[in-house]
Write a protein that binds this ligand. Structure first.
Ligand SMILES: [Zn+2]
Length: 125
């Protein structure tokens, strides 16, 4: 066992960013494509966000029935968490009303509009 094993779930996309995949690094290992529309070919799983997992490739014997359902529910949760961490909140400057999307999840030091460091504190009267 490696000291710092890979996370249980990995998320990947092709080099153009057009196709997204989820990879399960534990047993039973598999990867599947995340698609916006049903592929109508083979086994699929409907995700909570409306997307579909399809084109499953199994590295181990795939589980069946309830075990498979539970595994994919965990995959669904992992994907939901991954998506929510990607979606950074829109900041609004309380001084100049400028709105912007931050590049990092940390609190910006100044507003990119008025450069105020107090952009998230209302002006005192
Ligand atoms: Zn501002």
């Amino acid at each position: 066992m490696a000291k710092n094993p890979a996370p249980r779930w990995l998320f990947a996309e092709d080099k153009d960013g057009n196709r997204q995949f989820i990879l399960h690094t534990k047993t039973p290992g598999f990867y599947a494509e995340i698609t916006d529309e049903s592929q109508l070919s083979g086994f699929e799983y409907a995700l909570k966000n409306g997307q579909t997992l399809s084109e499953f490739v199994w590295f181990d014997n795939p589980p069946a029935g309830k075990d498979l359902e539970l595994l994919l529910e965990v995959a669904d949760d992992a994907l939901e968490q991954y998506d929510s961490e990607l979606e950074l909140p829109i900041h609004t400057c309380l001084r100049c009303s400028r709105e912007w999307i931050p590049r990092a999840p940390d609190r910006p030091k100044v507003c990119p509009g008025c450069h105020s460091p107090y952009w998230d504190k209302p002006r005192r009267r």
